[in-house]
Design a binder for this molecule. Structure first.
Ligand code: 0O2
Length: 229
């Protein structure tokens, strides 16, 4: 997920998205309707900030290290729709894609991931529609992260819309691996060799141990601080 500013997305309405004029018209119309997705990102971001601040006030600990967010670019939308063999119309994009609005939450420690997930999903206006736990079951290449697709209501002047948001929740260490792996995958013109795949997977395993050890150290330091008080 690239860090794309919302302003860049708005400005892209002036540029052609596709070689096909018909697709281009649909995409232009879709971009004009993207306001609800921007609003959904804001809602989720604010909810998470509030939870993080409350946790800090109560327990002197911030579960969230930082957040990133992005709207899927028209180019990525076209690629995904074409890959799935779907027609590219505003309706079909809105019905088929659940990752147009994306929020990435980078947590400090492993336990923070479940903490933040449970607190968010407990909220009455949030509906979970999919959960992919690549932490309990990492992907074959070693990728680890918790993915949620949630629906959040957006209250507009004349109607309320339920908008899907993809939330990826991971530790700093998982994010480090995923970011570099993503860059490496797209850097080379050729398929990554088996040897490199194995080495990347081994890095992912080292990172898993690192996360567990950091969590243990954090717990031990906290326990000692409690006993010293
Ligand atoms: P972008 O630009 O990163 O958003 P979906 O089509 O999304 O409904 P999918 O592809 O099975 O179904 O979803 P999944 O597996 O939950 O993955 C969605 C996103 O997770 C990807 O978005 C990546 O951001 C991230 N991701 C998944 N697998 C990997 C991986 O092996 N390595 C890295 N670095 N990231 C991964 P997109 O669609 O690729 O684009």
């Amino acid at each position: 997920m690239k860090k794309v500013t919302l302003r860049m997305q708005i400005n892209s309405t002036q540029n052609p998205f596709s070689e096909n004029p018909e697709i281009n018209e649909h995409l232009k119309e879709f971009v004009l309707q993207q306001q609800v997705y921007r609003a959904a990102i804001k809602e989720i971001k604010t909810k998470l900030e509030i939870l993080d601040e409350e946790f800090e006030a109560k327990y002197d600990h911030n579960p969230i290290n930082h957040m990133e967010y992005r709207l899927k670019s028209p180019k990525s939308i076209v690629e995904k729709m074409e890959k799935r063999g779907l027609e590219i119309t505003v309706d079909s994009i809105r019905k088929s894609l659940t990752d147009i609005a994306g929020v990435r939450v980078i947590c400090n420690y492993l336990n923070d991931i479940n903490r933040i997930t449970n607190l968010l999903l407990r909220q009455d206006d949030i509906t979970l529609i999919r959960k992919n736990d690549y932490i309990t079951c990492p992907k074959e290449n070693g990728y680890r992260s918790l993915h949620l697709i949630v629906l959040v209501p957006i209250f507009l002047a004349e109607r309320t819309e339920s908008i899907p948001v993809e939330i990826q929740i991971r530790t700093i260490a998982m994010d480090f691996w995923a970011t570099l792996e993503h860059q490496l995958k797209y850097k080379g013109q050729h398929e990554i060799s088996e040897n490199l795949r194995d080495r990347l997977k081994s890095c992912a395993e080292s990172i898993t141990h690192l996360d567990m050890e950091m969590q243990t150290i954090y717990k031990e330091i906290n326990l000692k601080a409690c006993l010293d008080e």
